[in-house]
Design a protein around this ligand. Structure first.
Ligand code: DAH
Length: 342
């Protein structure tokens, strides 16, 4: 029978093409060519109705068998090719995780920030809370509430940047003492890092610099507590061996007032040419004192019941001393060659 012969041929051509397909795409092409709408097998199927009735059944069965055989060969071939292609892709895209990585530069903490972290960590360890306040401050918090009334000569010592309407760039972090006391009842134990501003520029002064303020208010606090606290802080930052001394001083908002010196941690006072202390043996470190009762009363604390101590230090200056940096302006110029040294 002519039709049967034709089916056999179509089928063997199809199987040959399927077997020859080198990729899933070629296998798909073979499917379209041999099983698609315009393929020979599809045409045979469509023409079954025109055959003499006694041939229809046999020819129909043969066409269906042929189609099924080609389909199953295609399925197998596709599975084979897809597996091989996946393997090939995995091989191409494989990453060798044992190769050394590409190193990328790490950032550095600014020397001032290192000192701030050391000091703040120390006080947090003692149970102090960290507080912050605004850099644009009112005249009242920056001066008046700290016992520096309008017209007082102490104001002109601070080289203030004045803004409009009674506002200033804060000249110190001390106003945060007042803000803290107004926001809570005693006892108070806070440490306050922040930026401050003064109209000043030379190798040891920049218009913006940093301070760390401390304030403790409680029953029975005395100068001895202040001294012990600051001595422990100095040892934490500059090393176990450093000694301290208090010198009498004057600040509007403390009475009595002191300045704290730290023994030179480089030469200990033994070297007259020491680059850090210049032979003095001592380094000025900070201002401090017992909170003036007038300041406690201003915020509504009972100065008969509570006493307090306060201190303010300059972490930029401390970093200059600790790392031997001669010019403060280097700290704020953002020169990476400078910063990378730390
Ligand atoms: N605010 C002072 C200044 O900027 C530093 C200071 C001195 C802060 C004594 C204090 C203190 O808390 O008790 O010069």
């Amino acid at each position: 029978m002519e039709a049967l012969e034709r089916i056999r041929k179509l089928k063997s051509q199809a199987l040959e093409d399927v077997a020859r397909a080198r990729s899933t795409a070629e296998a798909e092409e073979a499917r379209i060519r041999h099983l698609g709408r315009s393929s020979g097998l599809a045409g045979m199927r469509r023409s079954i109705g025109t055959l003499p009735p006694d041939e229809r059944r046999e020819i129909g069965r043969e066409v269906n068998l042929a189609v099924r055989e080609v389909e199953s060969a295609l399925r197998e071939r596709l599975a084979e090719l897809a597996g091989a292609e996946l393997e090939e892709r995995l091989r191409e895209e494989a990453v060798d995780v044992t190769l050394p990585g590409v190193p990328y530069p790490k950032g550095h903490l600014h020397p001032t920030q290192r000192i701030i972290d050391e000091v703040v960590d120390f006080f947090v360890g003692l149970g102090y809370r960290v507080a912050e306040g605004p850099e644009v401050e009112t005249d009242y918090y920056n001066f008046t509430a700290l016992n520096i009334p309008p017209g007082h000569p102490a104001r002109s010592m601070q080289d203030t940047f004045f803004l409009d309407e009674g506002l200033v760039l804060r000249t110190h972090t001390s106003p945060v003492q007042v803000r803290t006391m107004l926001s809570q009842e005693p006892p108070v134990y806070v440490v306050v890092p922040g930026r401050v501003y003064r109209r000043d520029s030379d190798p040891t002064h920049t218009p913006m610099f940093h301070q760390i303020e401390g304030l403790a208010v409680d029953r029975g606090l005395s100068l001895a507590h202040l001294k012990g606290t600051l001595a422990a802080m100095a040892r934490h930052v500059f090393g176990e061996g450093v000694g301290i001394r208090l010198r009498p001083s004057y600040f509007q908002f403390t009475e009595p007032s002191v300045e704290l010196d730290v023994s030179c941690f480089v030469c200990g006072g033994a070297d007259p040419d020491c680059r850090v202390c210049k032979g003095a043996g001592w380094l000025e470190m900070l201002g401090a004192g017992m909170v003036d009762p007038a300041v406690l009363e201003e915020v509504g604390y009972d100065s008969e019941e509570y006493t307090g101590f306060a201190f303010g230090m300059g972490p930029d200056r401390m970093a200059m001393v600790k790392y031997g940096i001669p010019d403060l302006r280097l700290f704020f110029e953002g020169d990476l060659r400078f910063l990378r040294q730390f």
